[in-house]
Design a protein around this ligand. Structure first.
Ligand code: ADP
Ligand code: MG
Length: 332
């Protein structure tokens, strides 16, 4: 059964602006980790706030564990919803200790063993008597998480849980989160604008664009078969090559302004070949620039008709003005 269901949820902040959330529908199954991704202003936070009961949708339904939380005729207040929201800035009480923060929620002290267990899992056992300003950003993040889990919510909502962490910490906190989700069998819906976080943590992704769902699917599906240029670009630099210039069998999507079909190609999918290579379409071009983007060297190849962005394999040297021949290697 679906734990959470959203049905054509729409929210406008002002009558004149376009809706922040526009007829959004998706589900979360029990135990699933779902990532809500999209650019800034695409409606991610608004959606989480609607589910948590902190914002009221204009139309549509939110259903959690079979109970309607929101409908045109109904509104269940936040404290009566079986879900917890971890805010982007953690929203810890600065004048309360870590332990007081964690046990603040309604019912949080019902099960002291769970609190201890959660604090152990999150590696914050020794920090109970400190105040938020006396612990690191990563620790604050885990305190906020334990606080949210302390009330044993059916659904955990997280707004950009890793956005304040520096890259080194990010990786380890991300792994800890994955472990914690699995060990506590949590159903989680988390917001991210970082594709790497979403790819590594989520069972399924919902892509939002200007308040609307652009595509849903598992990370691999979205990566291999993006439905649009917007989704393809979430995964980093992408060239869009007119489909008629490549083999017919590859996945293609509508081009700019819906003109023709294009194939999304990633920088490492271009393979250098001999200039008289035959069999599949070859692109011949002149190197326009070589940029060091450790661990890659990124190269811009101008074919006259197209600009191709590619990574230079370690065993190759190339400089501006060189000519190169490349093919699209979809297996890569
Ligand atoms: P995201 O979290 O994806 O960056 P938000 O949900 O915060 O996006 O915002 C979606 C849209 O709604 C944006 O255009 C934003 O400017 C607008 N918005 C968000 N909160 C408010 C508010 N309280 N009042 C008016 N407009 C808002
Ligand atoms: Mg946001």
């Amino acid at each position: 059964m679906n734990l959470l269901a959203l049905q054509t949820v729409t929210k406008r902040y002002t009558a004149t602006d376009s809706p922040a959330v526009d007829k959004v529908s998706f589900d979360c199954e029990k135990g699933e980790i779902v990532a809500l991704i999209g650019g800034s202003g695409s409606g991610k936070t608004t959606l989480l706030r609607i589910i948590a009961g902190l914002a009221i949708p204009d139309t549509g339904k939110v259903i959690l564990e079979g109970n309607t939380l929101n409908s045109p005729t109904k509104f269940i207040p936040p404290e009566k919803r079986n879900c917890s929201l971890v805010f982007q800035d953690y929203a810890l009480f600065p004048n309360k200790t870590v332990l007081q923060n964690i046990t603040f929620g309604k019912g949080a002290t019902d099960n002291p063993d769970r609190i201890i267990e959660l604090m152990e899992m999150a590696d914050i056992v020794g920090l109970g008597q400190r105040h938020p300003h006396e612990i690191s950003g990563g620790q604050q993040q885990r305190v906020a998480l334990v606080r949210a889990l302390a009330t044993s919510p059916a659904l955990l909502l997280l707004d950009e849980p890793l956005s304040h962490l520096d890259p080194e910490l990010r990786e380890s906190v991300r792994n800890q989160l994955i472990m914690l989700f699995h060990e506590t069998r949590t159903t989680a819906l988390f917001v991210s604008h970082d594709i790497e976080d979403a790819m590594s943590m989520a069972d399924r992704m919902v892509v939002l664009r200007e308040g609307q769902t652009e595509q849903t699917g598992n990370p691999d599906e979205l990566y291999r078969r993006p439905a649009s240029r917007y989704v393809a670009r979430l995964f980093g630099k992408t060239d869009f090559i007119p489909a008629e210039l490549l083999q017919e069998t590859v996945h293609s999507i509508p081009g700019k302004n819906d003109l023709g079909q294009v194939v999304p190609v990633r920088p490492y999918q271009w393979r250098i070949v001999d200039k008289d290579f035959t069999g599949i379409p070859v692109f011949h071009g002149t190197v326009k620039s070589v940029t060091n983007r450790a661990p890659h060297r990124e190269l811009l190849l101008d074919t006259g008709q197209l600009q191709l962005t590619m990574y230079l394999p370690g065993n190759h040297v190339a400089k501006c003005g060189d000519t190169l021949s490349v093919i699209f290697d979809s297996e890569n």
